[in-house]
Design a binder for this molecule. Structure first.
Ligand code: C2E
Ligand code: MG
Ligand code: MG
Ligand code: MG
Length: 265
């Protein structure tokens, strides 16, 4: 896969491929080195209102391997999770995103928060302090969480979210519609956006069931006062159906590829 127009090789892991023990050991070493040297990098993918205006970017983490090739999060995050390194990566991502916001006053960024970070009191303090210290307006940073991560300890997650919302940060519920989606969570989690999972959006042009499901998710979100973002907007036809269905925002290869900062500026 090519991203951002750069001809770098990307290591791809399909669902069928299981990472072997020695592979995961070398990934652990890569992650530790990246944490030590700051060898991660952030790609940014735009999220647009379907009327055309840019609302924010989602930050997507990557890392360089020994040959300087880019490794995708689908490869290294499961390993990081298993070896207890993912909260360190999340910290790196949040700090870097805030630094980038400081340098680029026009930008709004959403970062992904993993299961081990959501509810972490220490991280909550770090984020709050770093935002204050940086002088960046808190409403320019948002956090993407999933229900699967939130329901591990719902009251704790809710508290964490409310504390950051109090200072002005935004929240999005990622991968909505897959996993442990329930109306209870949707009702309890004070998120601003609901991200309709890409699996509902892909092939939308040929699948009427998906159309009905998106229509329903969109109605529920709007009833609860939340905006919707459709992932995987891959072509013009899909975009036009999403507009017809009254979805608020979209993100996907058709609207903008994840790209390095230099490229989006
Ligand atoms: P996600 O948060 O649901 O991010 C969307 C993923 O879909 C990204 O993959 C993005 O490149 C990809 N994508 C965007 N538009 C399209 C499209 O039109 N078609 C298709 N087929 N794919 C599209 P990526 O960057 O490989 O990230 C995968 C997952 O890794 C993310 O899913 C997120 O759960 C996780 N992740 C990424 N960055 C971070 C991070 O900084 N921290 C944490 N904790 N997780 C991250
Ligand atoms: Mg996300
Ligand atoms: Mg997503
Ligand atoms: Mg997704």
């Amino acid at each position: 896969a090519k991203e951002g127009g750069k001809n770098r090789i990307v290591i791809i892991q399909t669902d069928e491929e299981k990472i072997t023990l020695s592979e995961s050991q070398s990934i652990v070493l890569m992650i530790k080195e990246a944490l030590r040297l700051g060898n991660f990098l952030l790609y940014f993918q735009p999220v647009y209102r379907l009327d055309g205006s840019l609302i924010h970017y989602e930050a997507l983490v990557r890392l360089y391997d020994h040959e300087g090739r880019i490794v995708l999060p689908g490869v290294f995050l499961p390993v990081a999770e298993k070896f207890g390194l993912v909260s360190l990566i999340d910290r790196w991502v949040v700090h870097n995103a805030i630094d980038i916001l400081k340098d680029n006053p026009e930008m709004y960024i959403f970062v992904n928060i993993s299961a081990s970070s959501l509810g972490d009191e220490e991280l909550l303090k770090t984020i709050t302090n770093y935002i204050k210290q940086s002088g960046v307006e808190a409403n320019r940073i948002g956090f993407e969480i999933t229900e699967t991560t939130a329901i591990k300890d719902l009251p704790r997650a809710e508290h964490w979210i409310r504390k950051l919302k109090e200072i002005g940060c935004k929240f999005a519920l990622d991968d909505f519609g897959v996993g442990f989606s329930s109306f209870t969570h949707l009702h309890l989690l004070p998120v601003d956006f609901l991200k309709i999972d890409g699996s509902f959006v892909r092939d939308l042009d040929s699948d009427y069931t998906k159309r009905a499901l998106i229509k329903a998710m969109n109605a529920v979100a709007h009833t609860l006062g939340k905006s919707t973002i459709a992932e995987y907007v891959e072509n013009e036809q899909i975009l036009s159906i999403l507009k017809d269905l009254n979805v608020d925002c979209g993100q996907g290869y058709y609207l903008g590829m994840p790209s390095p900062l230099e490229q989006i500026l």
